[in-house]
Design a protein around this ligand. Structure first.
Ligand SMILES: Nc1ncnc2c1ncn2[C@@H]1O[C@H](COP(=O)(O)OP(=O)(O)O)[C@@H](O)[C@H]1O
Ligand SMILES: [Mg+2]
Length: 238
């Protein structure tokens, strides 16, 4: 579903992403893990076309990632949620529904707004929303077109515990519905229960790409190692 081949992104002289290659099969849920500055956001922004890649080849569903056909397939939830100042919460849903040609969207929109406790905020303007509310609006907008592929960049940051729980629930439902998901996080345990596989980034390189149990076998001998221990072991500075 997603293929990234020899992706390089440099800022000036610095390689933020250093020649990485990976694939996501349809229906896979993959965690993109790594400490701050590892290159997670840069990788995602290059895939969704917000940043121009320095070199490499990226396809989504067989289409070049910058084509309209590719863009029809995915939603992206950025690290810093962007909302329109002068649209209300409900108008955001309406706007997305119209832009993506979503039919009969109202029932689904109401459901998402209810789930994320935005129902009573539906007439609030974007500029009056807190960071957490913006994040929730951003998630609702991404879900509404029912895309095949979802890119979440640090989705749990800024959310309250209830919204974190709901987001995890949504991940489970999306996974059951056969969606392909790439979710970046440095909060390792937030993906442990749903990720089929994790990729660990360090200084722009993929230093691990496997199921959690395989990585544990490969990298740590002791019993009872947590994903967090594994993560720290793999990303430590020599
Ligand atoms: N706009 C930018 N200009 C210059 N350097 C950047 C820019 N954005 C990110 N970087 C650098 O690229 C590296 C990767 O950053 P980023 O992809 O944001 O990491 P992560 O999302 O894993 O925390 C870091 O070293 C960061 O300082
Ligand atoms: Mg980031």
């Amino acid at each position: 579903m997603l293929s990234v081949i020899n992706l390089v992104k440099t800022y000036g002289k610095q390689n933020a992403v250093n020649d990485i290659s990976f694939e996501l099969q349809g229906g896979e849920v993959v965690g993109l893990l790594g400490p701050n500055g590892a290159g997670k956001s840069t990788t995602m922004k290059c895939i969704v076309g917000l940043l121009r890649k320095t070199s490499g080849e990226i396809t989504l569903g067989g289409y070049d990632h910058l084509s309209v056909d590719a863009k029809r397939l995915f939603s992206y939830i950025p690290e810093t949620p962007y909302v329109y100042d002068l649209l209300t919460v409900y108008e955001h849903m309406q706007f997305v529904a119209q832009a993506y040609g979503v039919k009969d969207w109202k029932g689904q929109a109401d459901e998402y707004l209810e789930l994320f406790e935005l129902a009573d905020k539906r007439d609030k303007l974007g500029r009056d929303l807190s960071k957490g509310m913006r994040q929730k609006v951003s998630i609702c907008c991404a879900l509404l077109p029912d895309p095949q592929v979802l890119f979440f960049d640090e989705p749990m940051i800024g959310l309250d515990p209830k919204a974190i729980k709901n987001t995890k629930k949504i991940f489970k439902e999306l996974k059951e519905a056969g969606k392909t998901i790439l979710v970046s996080t440095h909060l390792i345990d937030s993906v442990e229960s749903i990720a089929d596989r994790v990729m660990i980034l360090k200084n722009g390189n993929i230093v691990g790409n496997d199921t959690i149990s395989n990585l544990k076998q490969q990298f740590v001998q002791e019993e009872g190692t947590s994903l967090e221990d594994l993560f720290l072991e793999m990303t430590k500075d020599e």
